[in-house]
Design a binder for this molecule. Structure first.
Ligand code: ZN
Length: 87
């Protein structure tokens, strides 16, 4: 699944600045797939990574569990890359 890498980086930055004190209904994030504005409450991500809206989770993956699988796969790719860089 192709995603918008620029939006992904922006989301991660915003996520880390917000910390755990989220205004969960504030639409300050963007879905990396459809690029619509979305709030924490209407999306899923791994700590801000690969943040997608609930619409995309169901429309593009069929259900939430499949969407989480995709996020985890992409996240694992990043972890592998970092490991390789450290060797
Ligand atoms: Zn979306």
């Amino acid at each position: 699944m192709k995603y918008n890498q620029k939006i992904n980086l922006e989301n991660i930055k915003k996520f880390s600045v917000s910390g755990i004190f989220f205004d969960t209904d504030n639409k300050k994030f963007k879905c990396v797939l459809c690029e619509r504005k979305v709030a924490i409450s209407g999306s899923t991500s791994i700590g801000g990574h690969f943040l997608i809206c609930n619409n995309c989770a169901y429309e593009k993956f069929g259900d939430y569990a499949e969407a989480r699988k995709w996020q985890q796969q992409e996240f694992n790719k990043i972890l592998e890359k970092e490991q390789n860089n450290n060797e």
